[in-house]
Design a protein around this ligand. Structure first.
Ligand SMILES: [Zn+2]
Length: 589
């Protein structure tokens, strides 16, 4: 990275030509009034890119990771030919480094002008705002910084727009975007196959090199690369430290008063990783002082951070950057927005105040507020470890257990921290719960999921470990066997919703709906799924195999499997499941 006058230059070392980089485009400054579809920091596009020298130019190519075949197979040639990389940038070589081991290229126009590869607005947004043109005079590269494995570019982009999201008379949209170009590991991490029954985020690709009749879709979970320092001890079942632990640095802007809780929120996962055989797998540290490490920087992709945003936004986010080839999480940035505390204070008062004397004033005791913050951080870190939301988890706990001090002391409010089950509003005055026991925490589902995703197996290949992964899932014992339902299926299952608590919140109908009418087979899906009982299941559309009544014990997984067998679970099917009987029960959405 060099800057000469107003021009910005990259120096591409020969050794990195052809290496895989991840290029992430984010909106870092959202125009006022842009509403929900743009949120600061969320990534718009992620691309795998390579720098390649062709004669006197250097090309930036966008590589498709959707289709692969092992390089050793003849079909790899065809896969490459049919997924020809798009050239998203071409740069004349302006100068050579020492011994011609590197090439210097001018990237000012690539990042400074209106380039589809780096734009903060896509075609739909341009239409929505009536964008007429990019205004170069009011756009610029705000900063460009180089680090050992990444380059960070911040751009201010201004557009002439007929219908901007705010200040209509100004006819302008201005936004800040951020491009991160991160060097990926030379050897991709060994991937782990995903399973729709276990709630990890995934990367998808089509593999043409497998020994099956047709190309196969492969889905891998996103996860950190955790390898035991002492594989022999790990194999003996001892707790072993990972070669490289997951480390989060605290934003130096974090108020001293809350640092302790943020750190504990991160390290709450340590005991969960012990279930996967790792000790000290995840650590939280203060950012080093300038004296200790003058080069430390929050933008350096080698460091994952918990950012403290002094913003009026009431939220927290937990995105991560992962290697699209393998699912390896290479970096993560959690953001805690200062005013999120206000939301939680209000929820605590409204939802628990009646039974929880310490949540009855606007000035909630620090310890209770801190505990709440700790658990929010833990939830966000959960996303950054690869875990999706799992809103069905709260349905594993009996309602009356939520009133028991001994139960809530151990389990909190839901079987996972990844549920939107925040505090216990079931407990009543006189039940005797301690203030902390009204608040969510990591649970048995987190233990299960982390072991499932992170335990190192002895299988020689990802394919060979699939039987083991399946056995871990199907062979579960214990009071709360793991189950997962994706948020996309929320309309098909009333247990799978946010902010609910307990197993039987709909069973209080005592087999009757709110009109007092006895529930029968014609109420179908929802009853079936809620109660897990044995009823006729009529999936309701004729002629395609779905029309036949089906009898048996039904679970969500079962229904989805049956739908998959006849061509998949699509939008229409969702509506169908959602409608039958749902109106009578009061459906979720
Ligand atoms: Zn979340």
């Amino acid at each position: 990275m060099h800057k000469v006058d107003d021009r910005f230059f990259f120096e591409v070392p020969d050794s990195l030509a052809g290496r895989d980089f991840l290029m992430v485009t984010r909106v870092s400054g959202v125009p006022a009034g842009a509403g929900g579809f743009l949120s600061a920091g969320s990534s718009l596009v992620e691309r795998l890119v390579r720098w390649e020298r062709v004669n006197d130019r250097v090309l930036l190519k966008s590589i498709s990771t959707g289709a692969v075949a092992d390089d050793s197979l003849p079909i790899a040639r065809s896969v490459a030919q049919n997924n020809y990389p798009a050239i998203i940038g071409a740069f004349p070589i302006a100068a050579y480094g020492k011994d011609s081991a590197s090439y210097v290229v001018d990237v000012t126009d690539f990042f400074g002008a209106d380039n589809p590869a780096t734009s903060g607005l896509d075609a739909a947004q341009r239409r929505a705002y009536g964008v007429r043109r990019f205004d170069a005079a009011r756009s610029y590269i705000a900063s460009m910084r180089g680090f050992p494995i990444n380059i960070e570019v911040r751009q201010v982009q201004t557009f002439d727009a007929a219908t901007p999201p705010s200040d209509a008379d100004g006819a302008t949209v201005t936004m800040e975007t951020r491009q991160s170009i991160v060097l990926l590991p030379k050897v991709p991490m060994r991937p782990r196959y995903a399973d729709a029954r276990v709630g990890y985020f995934t990367v998808d690709r089509v593999n043409y090199g497998l020994d099956v009749q047709k190309a196969e879709n492969q889905e891998f979970i996103t996860r950190w690369r955790l390898e035991p320092k002492d594989p022999a001890a790990y194999a003996r079942g001892e707790l072993v430290e990972p070669v490289k632990p997951i480390v989060y640095y605290l934003d130096p802007a974090t108020p001293a008063r809350w640092k302790r809780y943020v750190k504990e929120g991160v390290e709450n996962w340590q005991k969960v990783f012990e279930k996967a055989g790792f000790k000290n797998a995840i650590l939280a540290k203060d950012a080093p002082s300038k004296a200790d490490d003058p080069d430390f920087d929050l933008d350096d992709a080698r460091y994952s951070i918990v950012r403290w945003a002094a913003s009026l936004v009431r939220n927290a986010t937990g995105p991560h950057t992962h290697d699209p080839r393998s699912g390896e999480i290479v970096n993560s940035e959690i953001t805690w927005y200062h005013n999120h505390m206000r939301s939680y204070r209000n929820w605590l008062i409204m939802e628990t105040g009646a039974a929880n004397p310490s949540a009855r004033s606007l000035d909630i005791p620090e310890e209770l507020m801190g505990e709440t913050m700790r658990q929010v951080i833990t939830h966000e870190i959960g996303h950054a470890l690869g875990l999706q939301h799992n809103m069905i988890a709260s349905a594993s706990f009996p309602v009356d257990s939520l009133r028991s001090p001994s139960f809530t002391r151990v389990y909190g409010v839901s079987a996972t921290i990844m549920d939107y089950a925040r505090q216990n509003y079931v407990a009543q005055p006189g039940d005797g719960l301690q203030p902390k026991d009204f608040i969510r925490r990591v649970g048995p589902f987190d233990d299960f999921a982390i072991n499932w995703g992170y335990r190192v197996t002895t299988a020689p290949t990802p394919e060979a470990e699939r039987a083991t992964l399946n056995r871990w899932l199907t062979g579960q014992t214990g009071p709360f066997p793991y189950r997962f339902a994706s948020q996309q299926l929320a309309a098909g299952d009333p247990r799978n919703q946010t902010e609910d608590l307990g197993a039987t919140h709909l069973e209080r109908t005592d087999g009757r709906n709110h009109e007092g009418e006895a529930l029968g087979p014609r109420h179908l899906m929802h009853i079936q799924i809620i109660l897990g009982g044995v009823l006729d299941l009529h999936l309701g559309v004729g002629g395609d195999g779905l029309g036949k009544p089906h009898r048996g014990v039904v679970s969500v997984e079962h229904v989805v499997a049956r739908l998959a067998a006849v061509g998949g679970f699509h939008q229409q099917t969702t509506i169908l499941l959602h409608c039958q009987g749902a109106d009578r029960l009061g459906c979720v959405g």
